[in-house]
Design a binder for this molecule. Structure first.
Ligand code: ATP
Length: 424
């Protein structure tokens, strides 16, 4: 009730270079922030004075001020405090260094900085990317954002990687505007499930990102910010080295882990600038549970939007004979059974046709842009996703939940490991 909310109004006067941190933990709770005076930003997005911003359960927020400000916080928040120690000056210096590289790139009509952000889980990689992208667009740049974090990605849904042109700061409700993202399907939670496939898809994305850079002068000089996932040991480290090569990165920002920093300095050529940066004390560790909830939430938002911006998906039937469903990766064969000239890893990228059956119920299917399954499927980006909501073997039909009405843009569908239970 409004009576309850009144009890929870708090005012905070922030000194320069400090931030108000809070979380909204309990389900169904909301918190509201209003900037009363001064200047403030949330992960690089400026707050408009007098405007009330709403935060839902799960939000972990820092309202930072360079010059000092007064904030009003309403509603039920958890662990609410003002922090004076933040790494924002260091992050801002990183931005300034990238900006110098952009100015030079512009002058010489060369590519701007390609920056890879790496580090273990829960160190604020996604947040740092957001801050750097926001600062870049606020300076009039048009950088590309590449997200290789398949599990907790910010572009599209879990199980995918992609690229997005950033033309305005992230909105505090919806994040970066998702106009025409370039999305590739990988289909699993972590790159380790099928790292051969993951490298292949990431390399393809790298090729297309390079082409896009060349096609737009402003973006070319602005460069790319690449987010990665927290898998940094063994195979994960090899992936990072692979990304550095395939995207031809100029700068690597290593968050929090000195060992990783030293390994990268050892293994990469010296023209790659590798910078160690501390993590913010505000970054909140997420449990396995909250990660999986966040993934679910992302898929739900893909179909249904957010409370502020609801979407109304369609459900329709498809004839099984009208669609072709594939999965990538077959169970390995022993060497002795391999056809001549085939390598044992080849099964990992094998395109396997699927006869629809009850096992694909609730699964996400990516709608591929591939024209022919054989060669194109692995290297094509996707138009979007549907979720299998019913299978009727008798009538030989498949019901799907889809953001767009019938017909699908293509009949070649790719099975994802992810499932979504439609509770609407
Ligand atoms: P992952 O390993 O999943 O990729 P990550 O390293 O990318 O995680 P983030 O997603 O950036 O980490 O941050 C984790 C959480 O911490 C996010 O919910 C983010 O909003 C929150 N967070 C980041 N910085 C701060 C801060 N200074 N104060 C409060 N919360 C913060």
């Amino acid at each position: 009730t409004s009576e309850d909310k009144k009890e929870h109004i708090q005012e905070f006067k922030l000194d320069p270079d400090s931030e108000l941190r809070f979380e909204v933990e309990s389900k169904g709770e909301k918190a509201y922030v209003t900037l009363k005076s001064g200047l403030a930003e949330i992960f690089g997005t400026e707050l408009v004075k007098g405007k009330q911003y709403e935060f839902l359960a799960g939000a972990k927020v820092a309202v930072f001020t360079w010059k000092g400000c007064c904030l009003e916080l309403k509603g039920k928040t958890d662990v609410t405090y003002v922090a004076k120690e933040t790494p924002m000056v260091i992050y801002c210096n990183c931005h300034a260094a990238l900006e110098l590289m952009r100015i030079e790139a512009e002058r010489e009509n060369k590519k701007g900085p390609i920056t890879l952000v790496v580090g273990p889980c829960d160190v604020g990689k996604s947040t740092l990317c957001q801050i750097l992208l926001n600062y870049a667009v606020r300076m009039g740049r048009r950088p590309l954002f590449v997200d290789l974090d398949v599990g907790q990605g910010q572009i599209s849904i879990p199980g995918t990687i992609g690229a997005l042109l950033i033309e305005r700061p992230a909105s505090l409700d919806e994040g970066f505007s998702q106009e025409a993202p370039l999305v590739y399907q990988y289909g699993h939670k972590t790159p380790s499930t099928n790292s051969t496939l993951f490298s292949m898809v990431a390399n393809q994305l790298a090729c297309v990102v390079k082409e896009r850079l060349e096609s737009n002068k402003k973006t070319k000089a602005s460069g790319v910010i690449i987010n990665t996932c927290g898998w940094i040991k063994g195979g994960g480290y090899k992936q990072l080295i692979n990304h550095a090569k395939s995207f031809e990165v100029d700068v690597i920002l290593v968050l929090d882990q000195e060992r990783l920093y030293n390994e990268l300095v050892r293994d990469l050529p010296s023209f790659v600038k590798i910078v160690f940066i501390p993590k913010s004390g505000g970054v909140v560790e997420r449990s396995k549970n909250s990660r999986s909830e966040a993934r679910d939430q992302r898929i739900r938002e893909y179909f249904y939007g957010t409370p502020k911006n609801p979407l109304y998906p369609h459900t329709f039937e498809l004839k099984l004979s009208d669609v072709k469903i594939f999965k990538i990766g077959a169970p390995p064969l022993p060497d002795s059974c391999l056809p001549l000239g085939m390598k044992a890893e080849d099964h990992l990228t094998k395109i396997v046709p699927i006869t629809p059956n009850a096992a694909i119920l609730h699964h996400i299917l990516a709608v591929s842009y591939a024209k022919k399954e054989e060669d194109d499927l692995l290297l094509s980006h996707v138009a979007g996703f549907v979720c299998v909501t019913n299978i009727d073997m008798e009538r030989q039909t498949l019901s799907v939940l889809s953001p767009q009405p019938k017909p699908l843009p293509n009949n070649i569908l790719l099975l994802s490991e992810f499932q979504f239970m439609d509770s609407h």
